[in-house]
Design a protein around this ligand. Structure first.
Ligand SMILES: CC(C)(COP(=O)(O)OP(=O)(O)OC[C@H]1O[C@@H](n2cnc3c(N)ncnc32)[C@H](O)[C@@H]1OP(=O)(O)O)[C@@H](O)C(=O)NCCC(=O)NCCS
Length: 419
Protein backbone atom coordinates (compact mmCIF):
# COMPACT_ATOMS: atom_id res chain seq x y z
CA UNK A 1 0.00 0.00 0.00
CA UNK A 2 1.33 3.42 -0.86
CA UNK A 3 1.16 6.39 1.43
CA UNK A 4 -1.61 8.40 -0.16
CA UNK A 5 -1.13 11.33 2.16
CA UNK A 6 1.09 13.64 0.10
CA UNK A 7 2.12 15.96 2.94
CA UNK A 8 5.90 15.79 3.37
CA UNK A 9 7.64 14.13 6.30
CA UNK A 10 10.48 16.36 7.55
CA UNK A 11 13.94 15.03 8.21
CA UNK A 12 14.91 13.94 11.68
CA UNK A 13 18.64 14.56 11.47
CA UNK A 14 18.59 16.54 14.67
CA UNK A 15 17.63 13.50 16.65
CA UNK A 16 19.92 11.30 14.66
CA UNK A 17 22.87 13.48 15.69
CA UNK A 18 21.88 13.38 19.29
CA UNK A 19 21.58 9.60 19.63
CA UNK A 20 22.84 7.92 16.50
CA UNK A 21 26.19 7.17 14.97
CA UNK A 22 27.91 3.90 15.65
CA UNK A 23 30.29 4.05 18.54
CA UNK A 24 32.00 1.04 20.03
CA UNK A 25 30.99 2.02 23.54
CA UNK A 26 27.32 2.19 22.61
CA UNK A 27 25.42 -0.53 24.45
CA UNK A 28 23.47 -3.15 22.50
CA UNK A 29 20.20 -1.62 23.68
CA UNK A 30 21.02 2.03 24.31
CA UNK A 31 17.46 2.75 25.36
CA UNK A 32 16.20 -0.44 26.97
CA UNK A 33 19.35 -0.79 29.07
CA UNK A 34 18.32 2.43 30.84
CA UNK A 35 14.80 1.21 31.61
CA UNK A 36 13.36 -0.70 34.59
CA UNK A 37 13.01 -4.01 32.78
CA UNK A 38 14.73 -7.36 33.04
CA UNK A 39 18.06 -7.09 31.19
CA UNK A 40 19.58 -9.45 28.65
CA UNK A 41 23.04 -8.87 30.16
CA UNK A 42 22.90 -10.42 33.63
CA UNK A 43 25.41 -7.89 35.02
CA UNK A 44 22.92 -5.06 34.30
CA UNK A 45 20.15 -6.67 36.35
CA UNK A 46 19.45 -5.14 39.74
CA UNK A 47 18.90 -8.19 41.96
CA UNK A 48 15.82 -8.29 44.14
CA UNK A 49 12.52 -9.92 44.89
CA UNK A 50 9.88 -10.37 42.23
CA UNK A 51 7.88 -7.14 41.99
CA UNK A 52 8.52 -3.49 41.06
CA UNK A 53 12.08 -2.76 39.87
CA UNK A 54 12.10 1.00 40.53
CA UNK A 55 11.43 2.37 43.98
CA UNK A 56 7.97 3.98 44.08
CA UNK A 57 7.71 7.76 43.66
CA UNK A 58 4.83 10.19 44.17
CA UNK A 59 2.72 11.27 41.20
CA UNK A 60 3.67 14.86 42.11
CA UNK A 61 7.31 13.95 41.41
CA UNK A 62 6.60 12.71 37.87
CA UNK A 63 7.92 15.09 35.23
CA UNK A 64 5.00 17.47 34.60
CA UNK A 65 5.91 18.73 31.09
CA UNK A 66 6.00 16.53 27.97
CA UNK A 67 9.39 15.39 26.68
CA UNK A 68 10.76 17.68 24.01
CA UNK A 69 10.39 16.60 20.40
CA UNK A 70 12.53 17.90 17.50
CA UNK A 71 11.25 21.30 16.32
CA UNK A 72 9.35 20.06 13.27
CA UNK A 73 7.09 17.76 15.33
CA UNK A 74 4.52 17.97 18.10
CA UNK A 75 2.71 15.58 20.45
CA UNK A 76 -0.97 14.96 19.81
CA UNK A 77 -3.51 13.11 21.97
CA UNK A 78 -5.65 11.36 19.38
CA UNK A 79 -9.43 11.40 19.84
CA UNK A 80 -10.47 8.08 18.31
CA UNK A 81 -14.17 8.91 18.70
CA UNK A 82 -13.52 11.46 15.95
CA UNK A 83 -13.92 9.78 12.55
CA UNK A 84 -11.24 11.89 10.86
CA UNK A 85 -8.68 11.05 13.55
CA UNK A 86 -9.66 7.38 13.49
CA UNK A 87 -9.10 7.38 9.73
CA UNK A 88 -5.69 9.09 10.14
CA UNK A 89 -4.59 6.38 12.58
CA UNK A 90 -5.91 3.69 10.26
CA UNK A 91 -4.00 5.22 7.32
CA UNK A 92 -0.73 5.46 9.29
CA UNK A 93 -0.96 1.84 10.45
CA UNK A 94 -2.21 0.45 7.12
CA UNK A 95 0.88 1.84 5.36
CA UNK A 96 3.51 1.54 8.12
CA UNK A 97 2.62 -1.07 10.74
CA UNK A 98 3.96 -4.61 11.25
CA UNK A 99 5.12 -6.63 8.23
CA UNK A 100 6.40 -10.18 8.05
CA UNK A 101 10.14 -10.70 7.46
CA UNK A 102 9.63 -11.28 3.73
CA UNK A 103 7.53 -8.10 3.38
CA UNK A 104 4.66 -10.02 1.80
CA UNK A 105 1.99 -9.07 4.34
CA UNK A 106 1.27 -6.05 6.54
CA UNK A 107 -1.31 -5.92 9.34
CA UNK A 108 -4.39 -3.96 8.40
CA UNK A 109 -6.28 -3.30 11.62
CA UNK A 110 -9.71 -1.92 10.68
CA UNK A 111 -10.79 1.50 12.01
CA UNK A 112 -13.52 -0.21 14.11
CA UNK A 113 -10.91 -2.59 15.54
CA UNK A 114 -8.58 0.26 16.47
CA UNK A 115 -11.43 2.07 18.21
CA UNK A 116 -12.50 -1.10 20.06
CA UNK A 117 -8.96 -1.99 21.15
CA UNK A 118 -8.15 1.51 22.40
CA UNK A 119 -11.42 2.41 24.16
CA UNK A 120 -12.12 -0.17 26.88
CA UNK A 121 -13.86 1.03 30.06
CA UNK A 122 -11.78 3.70 31.83
CA UNK A 123 -9.58 4.48 28.80
CA UNK A 124 -7.66 7.76 28.71
CA UNK A 125 -7.43 9.82 25.55
CA UNK A 126 -4.01 11.15 26.55
CA UNK A 127 -2.72 7.55 26.34
CA UNK A 128 -3.52 7.54 22.58
CA UNK A 129 -0.36 9.34 21.72
CA UNK A 130 0.47 10.63 18.27
CA UNK A 131 3.31 12.64 16.77
CA UNK A 132 2.31 15.16 14.10
CA UNK A 133 4.24 17.39 11.75
CA UNK A 134 3.87 21.00 12.90
CA UNK A 135 1.98 23.09 10.38
CA UNK A 136 0.49 20.29 8.24
CA UNK A 137 -0.66 18.16 11.21
CA UNK A 138 0.27 14.98 9.34
CA UNK A 139 0.28 12.02 11.75
CA UNK A 140 3.67 10.29 11.56
CA UNK A 141 3.93 8.17 14.71
CA UNK A 142 1.64 6.55 17.22
CA UNK A 143 1.51 4.47 20.41
CA UNK A 144 -1.37 3.56 22.72
CA UNK A 145 -1.94 2.46 26.27
CA UNK A 146 -5.13 1.16 27.85
CA UNK A 147 -5.75 0.44 31.54
CA UNK A 148 -6.09 -3.17 32.67
CA UNK A 149 -5.74 -5.32 35.77
CA UNK A 150 -3.39 -8.24 35.35
CA UNK A 151 -2.51 -10.92 37.90
CA UNK A 152 1.16 -11.83 37.85
CA UNK A 153 1.97 -14.86 39.99
CA UNK A 154 -0.81 -14.08 42.44
CA UNK A 155 -0.32 -10.31 42.64
CA UNK A 156 -2.91 -8.02 41.03
CA UNK A 157 -1.31 -5.14 39.11
CA UNK A 158 -3.11 -2.14 37.64
CA UNK A 159 -1.10 -1.51 34.52
CA UNK A 160 -1.12 -0.11 31.01
CA UNK A 161 -1.30 -2.46 28.05
CA UNK A 162 0.84 -0.85 25.36
CA UNK A 163 0.07 -1.42 21.69
CA UNK A 164 0.16 0.06 18.17
CA UNK A 165 3.70 1.46 18.36
CA UNK A 166 4.25 2.68 14.82
CA UNK A 167 6.60 5.13 13.12
CA UNK A 168 6.25 6.31 9.54
CA UNK A 169 8.70 4.49 7.27
CA UNK A 170 10.48 7.74 6.41
CA UNK A 171 11.29 8.37 10.08
CA UNK A 172 12.73 4.99 10.99
CA UNK A 173 15.98 4.31 12.84
CA UNK A 174 16.16 7.86 14.20
CA UNK A 175 15.47 7.04 17.86
CA UNK A 176 11.90 8.31 17.78
CA UNK A 177 10.56 5.08 19.34
CA UNK A 178 12.32 5.70 22.68
CA UNK A 179 10.76 9.18 22.74
CA UNK A 180 7.27 7.74 22.25
CA UNK A 181 7.90 5.12 24.92
CA UNK A 182 9.26 7.70 27.39
CA UNK A 183 6.36 10.08 26.80
CA UNK A 184 3.66 7.43 27.14
CA UNK A 185 5.39 6.14 30.28
CA UNK A 186 5.24 9.67 31.71
CA UNK A 187 1.53 9.98 30.88
CA UNK A 188 0.84 6.56 32.43
CA UNK A 189 2.86 7.50 35.55
CA UNK A 190 0.88 10.76 35.87
CA UNK A 191 -2.15 8.57 36.59
CA UNK A 192 -0.34 6.66 39.30
CA UNK A 193 0.31 3.58 37.15
CA UNK A 194 3.86 2.22 37.28
CA UNK A 195 3.71 -1.03 35.27
CA UNK A 196 2.98 -1.96 31.68
CA UNK A 197 2.50 -5.13 29.62
CA UNK A 198 3.38 -5.35 25.92
CA UNK A 199 4.31 -7.82 23.23
CA UNK A 200 6.68 -7.63 20.27
CA UNK A 201 8.02 -9.83 17.53
CA UNK A 202 11.52 -8.61 18.33
CA UNK A 203 13.67 -9.64 21.27
CA UNK A 204 14.27 -6.74 23.66
CA UNK A 205 15.43 -6.66 27.27
CA UNK A 206 13.85 -8.94 28.48
CA UNK A 207 10.97 -11.26 27.56
CA UNK A 208 9.03 -12.79 30.46
CA UNK A 209 7.88 -15.44 28.00
CA UNK A 210 7.91 -16.32 24.31
CA UNK A 211 4.93 -17.64 22.41
CA UNK A 212 4.86 -19.18 18.97
CA UNK A 213 2.24 -18.61 16.30
CA UNK A 214 0.48 -21.59 14.71
CA UNK A 215 -1.67 -21.35 11.58
CA UNK A 216 -4.65 -23.43 10.50
CA UNK A 217 -5.52 -23.17 6.80
CA UNK A 218 -9.19 -22.53 6.10
CA UNK A 219 -8.86 -21.51 2.44
CA UNK A 220 -5.80 -23.46 1.38
CA UNK A 221 -5.91 -22.56 -2.30
CA UNK A 222 -5.89 -18.82 -1.62
CA UNK A 223 -3.15 -19.20 1.01
CA UNK A 224 -0.94 -20.87 -1.61
CA UNK A 225 -1.79 -18.24 -4.22
CA UNK A 226 -0.68 -15.41 -1.93
CA UNK A 227 2.43 -17.27 -0.73
CA UNK A 228 1.19 -17.53 2.84
CA UNK A 229 1.72 -21.24 2.63
CA UNK A 230 3.26 -23.67 0.15
CA UNK A 231 2.03 -26.83 -1.38
CA UNK A 232 3.94 -29.76 0.07
CA UNK A 233 6.22 -31.39 -2.51
CA UNK A 234 4.59 -34.78 -2.04
CA UNK A 235 1.02 -33.51 -2.08
CA UNK A 236 -1.39 -32.09 -4.63
CA UNK A 237 -3.73 -29.12 -4.42
CA UNK A 238 -6.77 -31.40 -4.42
CA UNK A 239 -5.39 -33.60 -1.63
CA UNK A 240 -4.44 -30.60 0.51
CA UNK A 241 -7.84 -28.99 0.09
CA UNK A 242 -9.41 -32.26 1.21
CA UNK A 243 -7.04 -32.46 4.19
CA UNK A 244 -8.13 -29.03 5.47
CA UNK A 245 -11.83 -29.47 4.74
CA UNK A 246 -14.08 -28.76 7.71
CA UNK A 247 -17.58 -29.82 8.53
CA UNK A 248 -20.28 -27.28 7.72
CA UNK A 249 -21.81 -27.25 11.18
CA UNK A 250 -20.36 -26.99 14.67
CA UNK A 251 -20.46 -30.07 16.88
CA UNK A 252 -20.92 -28.83 20.44
CA UNK A 253 -24.57 -28.99 21.57
CA UNK A 254 -25.76 -25.66 22.97
CA UNK A 255 -23.05 -23.59 21.22
CA UNK A 256 -24.40 -20.20 20.15
CA UNK A 257 -23.32 -16.60 19.72
CA UNK A 258 -22.75 -14.73 22.99
CA UNK A 259 -25.52 -12.29 24.00
CA UNK A 260 -25.56 -9.39 26.41
CA UNK A 261 -27.32 -11.42 29.10
CA UNK A 262 -24.37 -13.86 29.07
CA UNK A 263 -21.95 -11.17 30.30
CA UNK A 264 -22.20 -11.99 34.04
CA UNK A 265 -21.84 -15.74 33.46
CA UNK A 266 -18.94 -15.33 31.04
CA UNK A 267 -17.18 -12.99 33.48
CA UNK A 268 -17.37 -15.63 36.23
CA UNK A 269 -16.13 -18.60 34.19
CA UNK A 270 -13.46 -16.59 32.38
CA UNK A 271 -11.95 -15.06 35.54
CA UNK A 272 -12.02 -18.44 37.27
CA UNK A 273 -10.34 -20.17 34.34
CA UNK A 274 -7.68 -17.51 33.89
CA UNK A 275 -6.49 -17.99 37.50
CA UNK A 276 -4.79 -21.18 36.27
CA UNK A 277 -2.10 -19.14 34.53
CA UNK A 278 0.80 -17.16 36.03
CA UNK A 279 0.03 -14.02 33.98
CA UNK A 280 -3.58 -13.24 33.10
CA UNK A 281 -6.05 -10.37 33.19
CA UNK A 282 -8.90 -9.98 35.66
CA UNK A 283 -12.02 -8.66 33.92
CA UNK A 284 -14.93 -6.67 35.30
CA UNK A 285 -18.33 -7.28 33.75
CA UNK A 286 -18.01 -3.97 31.91
CA UNK A 287 -14.68 -5.11 30.45
CA UNK A 288 -16.11 -8.47 29.37
CA UNK A 289 -19.02 -6.62 27.73
CA UNK A 290 -16.52 -4.42 25.90
CA UNK A 291 -13.83 -6.93 24.94
CA UNK A 292 -15.95 -10.00 24.33
CA UNK A 293 -19.39 -9.00 23.07
CA UNK A 294 -19.63 -9.91 19.38
CA UNK A 295 -18.81 -7.06 16.98
CA UNK A 296 -19.04 -7.90 13.33
CA UNK A 297 -15.69 -7.61 11.59
CA UNK A 298 -13.88 -7.22 14.93
CA UNK A 299 -14.55 -9.92 17.52
CA UNK A 300 -16.59 -13.13 17.44
CA UNK A 301 -17.69 -14.77 20.69
CA UNK A 302 -19.70 -17.87 21.48
CA UNK A 303 -20.94 -19.60 24.60
CA UNK A 304 -22.11 -23.08 25.35
CA UNK A 305 -25.44 -22.88 27.14
CA UNK A 306 -26.07 -25.63 29.67
CA UNK A 307 -28.80 -27.83 28.25
CA UNK A 308 -30.14 -28.64 31.70
CA UNK A 309 -30.09 -25.06 32.96
CA UNK A 310 -31.25 -22.56 30.34
CA UNK A 311 -29.26 -19.34 30.52
CA UNK A 312 -26.30 -20.91 32.37
CA UNK A 313 -23.03 -20.72 30.47
CA UNK A 314 -20.53 -23.58 30.74
CA UNK A 315 -17.94 -22.76 28.07
CA UNK A 316 -16.72 -19.85 26.02
CA UNK A 317 -14.77 -19.49 22.76
CA UNK A 318 -13.74 -16.38 20.81
CA UNK A 319 -11.55 -15.02 18.03
CA UNK A 320 -10.83 -11.62 16.54
CA UNK A 321 -10.43 -10.41 12.99
CA UNK A 322 -7.09 -9.00 11.93
CA UNK A 323 -6.67 -8.88 8.16
CA UNK A 324 -3.38 -8.20 6.42
CA UNK A 325 -2.71 -6.38 3.18
CA UNK A 326 -1.12 -8.64 0.60
CA UNK A 327 1.73 -6.28 -0.31
CA UNK A 328 2.99 -8.31 -3.21
CA UNK A 329 -0.41 -8.72 -4.78
CA UNK A 330 -0.67 -12.15 -6.33
CA UNK A 331 -3.51 -13.72 -8.29
CA UNK A 332 -5.78 -10.75 -7.66
CA UNK A 333 -5.91 -11.08 -3.88
CA UNK A 334 -5.29 -7.88 -1.92
CA UNK A 335 -6.28 -9.00 1.58
CA UNK A 336 -5.54 -11.98 3.80
CA UNK A 337 -8.51 -12.54 6.09
CA UNK A 338 -7.10 -13.88 9.35
CA UNK A 339 -8.94 -14.89 12.52
CA UNK A 340 -6.90 -14.95 15.74
CA UNK A 341 -7.79 -17.12 18.69
CA UNK A 342 -8.70 -14.87 21.63
CA UNK A 343 -10.02 -16.10 25.01
CA UNK A 344 -11.40 -19.63 25.40
CA UNK A 345 -12.83 -21.33 28.48
CA UNK A 346 -13.27 -25.09 28.33
CA UNK A 347 -15.77 -26.03 31.06
CA UNK A 348 -17.94 -28.99 30.15
CA UNK A 349 -16.57 -29.09 26.62
CA UNK A 350 -12.97 -30.17 25.95
CA UNK A 351 -10.77 -27.40 24.50
CA UNK A 352 -10.14 -29.57 21.43
CA UNK A 353 -13.86 -29.52 20.59
CA UNK A 354 -14.24 -25.79 21.31
CA UNK A 355 -11.28 -24.90 19.10
CA UNK A 356 -12.47 -27.31 16.43
CA UNK A 357 -15.80 -25.49 16.41
CA UNK A 358 -14.02 -22.10 16.33
CA UNK A 359 -12.39 -23.21 13.06
CA UNK A 360 -15.79 -24.04 11.58
CA UNK A 361 -17.26 -20.72 12.78
CA UNK A 362 -14.33 -18.82 11.26
CA UNK A 363 -14.64 -20.72 7.98
CA UNK A 364 -18.38 -19.93 7.87
CA UNK A 365 -17.42 -16.25 8.18
CA UNK A 366 -15.06 -16.53 5.24
CA UNK A 367 -11.72 -16.26 7.04
CA UNK A 368 -8.75 -17.67 5.12
CA UNK A 369 -6.65 -18.74 8.08
CA UNK A 370 -7.05 -19.24 11.83
CA UNK A 371 -4.04 -18.25 13.93
CA UNK A 372 -3.33 -19.19 17.52
CA UNK A 373 -0.44 -18.77 19.91
CA UNK A 374 0.75 -21.72 21.99
CA UNK A 375 -0.48 -19.94 25.14
CA UNK A 376 -2.60 -21.29 27.96
CA UNK A 377 -3.77 -24.81 27.13
CA UNK A 378 -3.16 -24.50 23.37
CA UNK A 379 -0.81 -27.47 23.51
CA UNK A 380 1.27 -28.01 20.37
CA UNK A 381 0.53 -31.73 20.09
CA UNK A 382 -2.80 -32.41 21.76
CA UNK A 383 -4.61 -29.33 20.45
CA UNK A 384 -2.82 -27.48 17.67
CA UNK A 385 -1.36 -30.35 15.63
CA UNK A 386 -4.47 -32.41 16.30
CA UNK A 387 -6.56 -29.68 14.65
CA UNK A 388 -4.13 -29.46 11.68
CA UNK A 389 -2.46 -26.21 12.67
CA UNK A 390 1.07 -25.89 11.31
CA UNK A 391 3.81 -24.17 13.29
CA UNK A 392 4.65 -20.66 12.07
CA UNK A 393 7.99 -18.92 11.90
CA UNK A 394 7.00 -15.99 14.09
CA UNK A 395 7.59 -15.70 17.83
CA UNK A 396 5.77 -13.25 20.03
CA UNK A 397 7.66 -12.12 23.11
CA UNK A 398 5.80 -10.95 26.20
CA UNK A 399 7.19 -8.12 28.35
CA UNK A 400 6.43 -6.42 31.65
CA UNK A 401 7.69 -2.92 32.36
CA UNK A 402 8.93 -2.23 35.91
CA UNK A 403 8.12 -5.69 37.23
CA UNK A 404 10.87 -8.18 38.04
CA UNK A 405 10.35 -11.87 37.45
CA UNK A 406 13.29 -14.04 38.35
CA UNK A 407 12.53 -16.79 35.84
CA UNK A 408 11.20 -16.83 32.33
CA UNK A 409 7.74 -18.42 32.08
CA UNK A 410 6.69 -21.12 29.61
CA UNK A 411 4.09 -19.82 27.16
CA UNK A 412 1.57 -22.21 28.74
CA UNK A 413 1.67 -19.93 31.81
CA UNK A 414 0.57 -16.89 29.81
CA UNK A 415 -3.17 -16.22 29.95
CA UNK A 416 -3.03 -12.71 28.52
CA UNK A 417 -3.93 -12.04 24.88
CA UNK A 418 -3.00 -8.60 23.57
CA UNK A 419 -4.66 -7.70 20.31
C1 LIG B 1 8.88 -0.61 15.85
C2 LIG B 1 9.26 0.80 15.35
C3 LIG B 1 8.29 1.79 15.95
C4 LIG B 1 10.66 1.10 15.84
O1 LIG B 1 11.07 2.31 15.31
P1 LIG B 1 12.49 2.50 14.59
O2 LIG B 1 12.46 3.76 13.85
O3 LIG B 1 12.76 1.25 13.83
O4 LIG B 1 13.54 2.56 15.80
P2 LIG B 1 14.08 3.85 16.60
O5 LIG B 1 15.38 4.26 16.04
O6 LIG B 1 13.04 4.89 16.68
O7 LIG B 1 14.28 3.23 18.05
C5 LIG B 1 15.08 2.14 18.27
C6 LIG B 1 14.82 1.63 19.65
O8 LIG B 1 13.46 1.16 19.74
C7 LIG B 1 13.48 -0.19 20.18
N1 LIG B 1 12.37 -0.92 19.57
C8 LIG B 1 12.27 -1.38 18.32
N2 LIG B 1 11.12 -2.03 18.16
C9 LIG B 1 10.49 -2.00 19.35
C10 LIG B 1 9.26 -2.51 19.81
N3 LIG B 1 8.44 -3.20 19.01
N4 LIG B 1 8.90 -2.28 21.09
C11 LIG B 1 9.72 -1.58 21.90
N5 LIG B 1 10.92 -1.07 21.53
C12 LIG B 1 11.28 -1.28 20.25
C13 LIG B 1 14.80 -0.71 19.69
O9 LIG B 1 15.17 -1.89 20.37
C14 LIG B 1 15.70 0.46 19.98
O10 LIG B 1 16.05 0.56 21.36
P3 LIG B 1 17.44 -0.06 21.89
O11 LIG B 1 18.55 0.74 21.29
O12 LIG B 1 17.38 0.05 23.38
O13 LIG B 1 17.47 -1.50 21.44
C15 LIG B 1 9.22 0.89 13.81
O14 LIG B 1 10.19 0.04 13.28
C16 LIG B 1 7.88 0.52 13.23
O15 LIG B 1 6.96 1.33 13.20
N6 LIG B 1 7.77 -0.74 12.73
C17 LIG B 1 6.54 -1.25 12.16
C18 LIG B 1 5.52 -1.46 13.25
C19 LIG B 1 6.01 -2.34 14.37
O16 LIG B 1 6.71 -3.31 14.19
N7 LIG B 1 5.59 -1.97 15.59
C20 LIG B 1 5.92 -2.71 16.79
C21 LIG B 1 4.86 -3.65 17.07
S1 LIG B 1 5.27 -4.58 18.51
Amino acid sequence: MSDEDERPVPDLTEVQREFGGMNLSVPDHAFWETQPVGQLKPELNKAGEEGPIDDPIAVADVKQEPYKLPDAFEWSSCDLTNDTTKQEVFDLLAANYVEDDDEIFRFKYSPEFIKWATQPPGYHQDWHLGVRVKGTEKLVAFITGVPAKVMVKGKAIDLAEINFLCIHKKLRAKRLAPMLIREITRRVNLRGIWQAAYTAGVVLPRPISTGRYWHRSLNFKKLVEINFTTLHARSTMARSIKLFKLENKTRTPGLREMRDEDVPGVTVILNKYLRKFAVAPVFTEAEVRHHLSPRDGVVYSFVVEDEGKPGAVTDFVSFYSLPSTVIKNTMGHDTLRAAYSYYNVPGKTPLLDLMGDALILAKQRDFDVFNALDLMENEPEAILSALKFGIGDGNLQYYLYNWRLNEELPSSEIGLVLT
